[in-house]
Design a protein around this ligand. Sequence first.
Ligand SMILES: [Zn+2]
Length: 356
Amino acid sequence: MEYHLNKPGQTRSGRSPDRARCGSVGRPATAPQLIEKIHYGHIYLSPHLDDAVLSCGGRIWQQARAGEPVLVVTVFAGAPENGASLSAFARQLHARWETPSGAVERRREEDRAALAILGADGVYWDYPECIYRRGVDARFLYDSEDSLWGPVDPGEGDLANTLARQIERLPVGAGRALYGPLGVGGHVDHQIVRRALASARLSSGVVYYEDYPYAAQDEAVREAVGETLEDEPVRWRAERVALSEEAMRAKVAAIAQYRSQLSTFWTSETEMESAIRAFAVQAGGGRPAERYWRARVGPAGQPCGDRGDGRQAGSQDLRRALGTTGRGPGLRCRPAGLGRRRAGPDPHRDPHVSSQ
Ligand SMILES: [Zn+2]
């Protein structure tokens, strides 16, 4: 695990005496115990080195700006073993990213730069992302574009449980919030983190974010929260967080740091900014915002929105938030074209708007 604190002056979040004592400010450090020392008000779980910023960058900036320390934990930030061979698919992705070697380290550097702009700290867990993982028979588990959006390989059944135990050790609880991906789009690594969150024994509920850019397709969001299960009772509550122009600018500037990843979704930074701004307006029903989801508490006192099987309970709230009626087709989202989708004010009602 690698731990990264932003330099004083870069970080907009409040600096506690603990922070000053860490002695590793501005440098990566392998010191997981430091997490325990710093009182983060907000911890974001990011499957990959960009997801939290792409999806929540505006809110992160606003929280840090308000003096509330923010930590982003990237789960699949591990490099393949030294000298390990890569699949043809992974090599193809590295070529697209223009990172023929040292791809993970380069992406961590991009992430550090992005988090510095937002004023958040970062932790990098050493689990390699799916394109690097092999099964017991040494075959690559995910070696094609299609495989990224299919089912999680049965051989990885324990991975979500392992992550759940690690998530349980994060310093969250009373007065602190844990944010995680809804799994919109169905990327296998996002699905695994979602499952881990669902099975983790946590003392407080998880705030789920809409994985961008996949969330630009409303049907993908509907699938992620299981809109097709209409006979289920209300389970989810949507929450919009309004973003200031300053927050939008910081979010765009932070996303621009992921230079290796931009070409997957956009042809230029200008196009990226247009897409980010259009989606924010879409998510906010006319004004820039990010949208989040909380599971309602069930009769037994347990969060009941997340069943941990990737097919979540539907809700009247969901239909209200998405402006939809009737039974959805249960579409499986693909990444093609995402980020270039038409966006504009949607007719969605306003479930809840806050400023952080
Ligand atoms: Zn991702």
